[in-house]
Design a protein around this ligand. Structure first.
Ligand code: ADP
Ligand code: MG
Length: 694
């Protein structure tokens, strides 16, 4: 209501006639015609020429100009695939899958044949594959076994402006690969105009700009601060729907929960309104099943408006045609290292001005548009950062450290990063790996560390898997790790909350959420992996099938590493093994349902979905898989452990006598340990450097 609506309505009506013609054309065009209509098509030959003449180029173009879907095909059409695959990396899994699907349609082949994709735990490629879309994490892993990337004739690093952690690491590695391999083409694409930095980094390489075809978008700021952005977005979307001319709506929300609520409330309110035109409300976020994801690209039935409610995945990775109105909450979810809890936490933050402008631009693809910003102009100017802080500067780097170390890069401070991570961050990540036994005092990989690299898992999980072999319970831990790698197993449908909770309780193993997972899987296996069994017990069928696939893939890696998969049948041993991997994330009982973190002294709570919650059994010591922060700090996925185990498995932190009674004493000990490790690593490094010089 705060937004000057009359003005916007007139504007929309005025523009309607012009866009009708365009969208009518879009509906009728064949895929081939659509390809030729993209801005990139007009400069196809120039682009291929500059690629021919240079090893590395930076390519800048507005979102939707055809960079991701066309460039791979152009390279293929001009013969590059005769020498190797065309690889195209994406920071997001959803984008990799959806774009591969689109390109396979354009090339009229089956997805997985000439055009395929690979994301963690899902390889949809074959011997035939010429064009491979993948997450940047996958290419990073491939560089472990194929350091020169010999399978590829060209690599497109897409969405470089996102500055994802893996992309930033790949930058440093690929820069070297290209200097070793004259025949490899590297194309770095960005949707924003800040390409100079990329060009500098790769040695002043050419920047190619795809001339855009965008229409003006008019921004409307909120006049007062918005208290509840979900509510404001709902109101705004309904207002557009009821009042404005044709054109689809795109709403940006920070995450899945907000998206679900927004969709639901819009639906409810429209139902309550008599005579409201139908609206096709479509959510999109990374965990949404892919058949539902595909819906956002389909044209709604004639005359029905689409309202897509998305995370920042729709900012630049995916282009939905026909958007004329953008509603921007002004928030996104970011993974940020939180020193208080000593790990990364996914939290909601205001977007940067660069994000806000990208979001606005989505309304100007097929015609002039409008952008309703649910924040004030002052918020925008004075409170938002100009651009995002790259992930490498704000998250835990344990996995990256492990990977780079195993590539033989000893001194990470010397690695050529575009923006180096803060030294503290690097040291904390190394400390974490040292605690897990992956690094020795000199900062070199241990045997355990080398094995951990083989698994596409977080360090604590791969450590748990490898340790379980020694403890004789690897069969059980393999299942638990697989279950932890798949989101939401349990299903809690609206209106059937009690029934589904009751079914869920039957599975619960009172002392452990991890064992509860194990129990579910074993029961499912007993049912013959039955789909009906899943639906009867309110368990996601697809998630369980995925677990089975993940389990198989991890088992293949274990086999190749000669790690035995054996069952011990004793769940106390399984709990002890869980304790061995998570001893650094332990808590002690303080009051009912209330715990304190053993290392930080921070109060934390059992999550209500935990098997230990409200079951009348309150163990003195527990370890947890992760902390999530909402109104309180909640520990998610918890297992009860024996206090003696903590002392035995994490001697650097705990002793039974607890000679280090106070928190400050423990903190001091931790700091001094860290310093010792740093000092030893520094000395080792100096020695190494001297040896190199001699
Ligand atoms: P860019 O990478 O420059 O942002 P893309 O190559 O992703 O551009 O998109 C070009 C066109 O292809 C857009 O008009 C977009 O709508 C269309 N497109 C991309 N992916 C899909 C998909 N999965 N389904 C339908 N259309 C798609
Ligand atoms: Mg793209």
């Amino acid at each position: 209501e705060d937004i000057d609506y009359k003005k916007s309505q007139k504007f929309a009506e005025h523009m309607q006639e012009k866009t009708d013609a365009v969208s009518e054309f879009a509906r009728k065009r064949t895929l081939d015609e659509q390809r030729k209509f993209l801005p990139i098509y007009a400069i196809r030959e120039d682009l291929l020429k500059i690629i021919r003449e240079n090893s590395i180029i930076i390519c800048v173009g507005e979102t939707g100009s055809g960079k991701t879907t066309q460039m791979t095909q152009y390279l293929h059409e001009s013969g590059y695939t005769k020498r190797g695959m065309i690889g195209c990396t994406q920071p997001r899994r959803v984008a990799a899958m959806s774009v591969a699907k689109r390109v396979s349609e354009e090339m009229q082949c089956k997805l997985g044949d000439e055009v395929g994709y690979a994301i963690r735990f899902e390889d949809c490629t074959s011997d035939k594959t010429l064009i491979k879309y993948m997450t940047d994490g996958i290419l990073l892993r491939e560089s472990l076994t194929d350091p020169d990337l010999d399978h590829y004739s060209a690599v497109i690093m897409d969405e470089a402006h996102e500055r994802s952690l893996n992309t930033d690491v790949l930058f440093g590695l690929l820069r070297e690969v290209v200097s070793r391999r004259q025949d490899l083409k590297l194309i770095v694409t960005s949707a924003t105009m800040d390409a100079d930095k990329f060009s500098d980094f790769f040695g002043n390489v050419p920047i190619f700009i795809i001339p855009g075809r965008t229409f003006p978008v008019e921004p409307f700021f909120s006049k007062a601060c918005v208290e509840d952005y979900v509510d404001a977005a709902v109101k705004q979307s309904i207002q557009i729907h009821l009042g404005a001319g044709d054109g689809d709506i795109l709403v940006f929300m920070p995450g899945q929960e907000d998206i679900e609520v927004t969709c639901e409330v819009i639906k409810e309110r429209l139902n309550d309104l008599e005579g409201a035109k139908p609206l096709s409300i479509l959510p999109i976020y990374s965990q949404l099943p892919s058949d539902l994801q595909a819906k956002i690209f389909q044209k709604a039935d004639d005359g029905i408006r689409k309202c897509v409610v998305a995370t920042n995945i729709a900012e630049t990775s995916l282009t939905v045609d026909g958007i004329m109105y953008v509603v921007d909450s002004g928030y996104c979810k970011l993974k940020v290292y939180n020193p208080r809890i000593g790990m990364d936490a996914l939290q909601i933050y205001p977007v940067s001005q660069a994000n806000a402008n990208q979001r606005m631009g989505r309304a100007g693809r097929t015609g002039p548009g409008q952008c309703f910003r649910l924040y004030t102009e002052r918020n925008y100017r004075e409170e938002m950062l100009k651009t995002n802080v790259p992930e490498i500067q704000r998250t835990n780097l344990a996995n990256v450290v492990l990977l780079l170390k195993s590539l033989g890069i000893q001194d990470l401070l010397q690695f050529h990063f575009m923006d180096p991570p803060p030294q503290d961050n690097l040291m904390n990540s190394m400390y974490q790996l040292w605690i897990l036994g992956a690094l020795d005092n000199t900062g070199s990989l241990t045997q355990l560390g080398r094995q951990m690299v083989e698994f596409p898992l977080d360090p604590a999980l791969s450590q748990m898997l490898i340790t379980s072999v020694e403890m004789g319970c690897s069969s059980e831990i393999l299942i638990i790790v697989s279950m932890l790698s798949v989101p939401s197993i349990f299903f809690r449908p609206k209106g059937k909350e009690e029934e589904s909770d009751a079914k869920r309780e039957k599975f619960q193993v009172a002392e452990s959420d991890h064992l509860t997972f194990l129990h579910v899987y074993i029961q499912w296996k007993k049912s013959g992996y039955s789909n009906n069994w899943c639906s009867d017990h309110f368990i996601h069928v697809k998630a369980m099938r995925k677990v089975r696939e993940v389990r198989q893939q991890l088992k293949d890696i274990m086999d190749s590493q000669k790690l035995d998969v054996k069952s011990c049948g004793n769940w106390d041993i399984v709990r002890k093994c869980i304790c061995a991997a998570y001893f650094h994330q332990a808590a002690r009982l303080k009051g009912i349902g209330e715990y304190v973190n053993l290392r930080t002294g921070m109060p934390c709570h059992l999550h209500p979905t935990s098997a230990l919650f409200g079951c009348g059994f309150t163990p003195d010591y527990i370890v947890y898989h992760e902390l999530i922060m909402t109104t309180k700090e909640y520990m998610q996925c918890v297992t009860c452990v024996d206090g003696h185990w903590l002392a035995e498995l994490g001697p650097m932190f705990f002793s039974l006598k607890d000679s280090l009674k106070t928190r400050s004493e423990r903190a001091r000990k931790e700091t001094s340990e860290k310093l010792t490790m740093e000092e030893e690593m520094r000395l080792a490094q100096e020695k190494l450097n001297r040896m190199k010089e001699e």
